[in-house]
Write a protein that binds this ligand. Structure first.
Ligand code: IPE
Length: 266
């Protein structure tokens, strides 16, 4: 069977954890997604996995103002918190690796705190380790606390920014997929409104009132995701937001060209 290209897929923190309560895992959702990833591999796609933090990262980051960089008055507490967040993220990453192992997929986590520096889509670090071939180990990375070169000293590198560079710079990416936790894709109103409807095609400048939960989310939530996704769509043909609770929709997408979800245009 011929090589079909590469899929970069993000397991959102809201999918793989319960976002509001510290370190609560949604192992069921992770297992289910990994079963679908197995099918993608069997169909001869190369895969890169990125995952978010959810309650393994956002709650403590918010409390200790990690995304603002050094705050002298709480510096010692911040340093402690960074250690804890990085540990939590490795633990969460191990859960993803474990779920892949259950379906006989060999994967390896590459913690951004080790190889990446600076935040936003211009973060630095060699991403060549993610350029793997069919049959090689599946590389994984995730949103993490990283060092910064400026006076802020540290900050949070979001999985969405990792998605950006991996999708643009690694060759042969033909699908970039963001798996969401509780919605079918981009909604035309905050999803808690009962008459909110799924937007099946979104392009930059389409105005959407997202309910960006700044109480918990320290990296920009849905708004940042949409901006990054539309930038990726300039290069990658199929950029989609899909409900990760129904990962069979990814399979339907690659087999038929469409599914329930939001296709992002540049
Ligand atoms: C955030 O990463 C990382 C930390 C808070 C340490 P993301 O921004 O990719 O996480 P989610 O998907 O929103 O949870």
């Amino acid at each position: 069977m011929s090589d079909k290209g590469r899929i970069v897929i993000k397991l959102g923190g809201g999918l793989i954890t319960k976002k509001n309560k510290i370190k609560t895992l949604n192992k069921y959702a992770i297992n289910k997604v990994c079963e679908s990833i197995k099918i993608l591999i069997e169909e001869n796609y190369k895969i890169i996995i990125v995952h978010g933090a959810g309650s393994y990262g956002h709650i403590l980051s918010k409390e200790m103002r990690i995304s603002e960089g050094v705050r002298q008055e709480i510096y010692e507490k911040q340093i402690k918190a960074i250690k804890q967040i990085r540990e939590n993220m490795r633990e969460l990453n191990d859960e993803v690796i474990d779920s892949l192992e259950r379906v006989n997929i060999d994967s390896m986590g590459f913690p951004p705190s080790i190889w990446a520096k600076n935040t936003g889509k211009k973060f630095t670090g060699d991403i060549e380790i993610f350029n793997k071939n069919i049959g090689e180990i599946i590389p994984i990375c995730y949103g993490d606390v990283v060092q910064r070169d400026d006076e802020k000293e540290f900050g949070i590198l979001s999985g969405d920014d990792l998605m950006y560079r991996l999708s643009i710079e690694i060759p042969e990416v033909n699908y970039t997929i963001f798996l969401l936790g509780d919605v079918d894709g981009v909604m035309d109103q905050p999803p808690e409104n009962l008459d909110a409807k799924l937007v099946s095609l979104w392009k930059k400048n389409d105005f959407i009132r997202t309910s960006h939960n700044s109480e918990i989310d320290v990296t920009g939530g849905m708004d940042l995701k949409l901006i990054r996704a539309s930038e990726i769509a300039k290069k990658v043909d199929n950029v989609w937001f899909i409900n990760g609770n129904y990962p069979e929709r990814i399979i339907q997408l690659i087999r038929t060209g469409s599914t329930i979800g939001t296709k992002i245009n540049p």
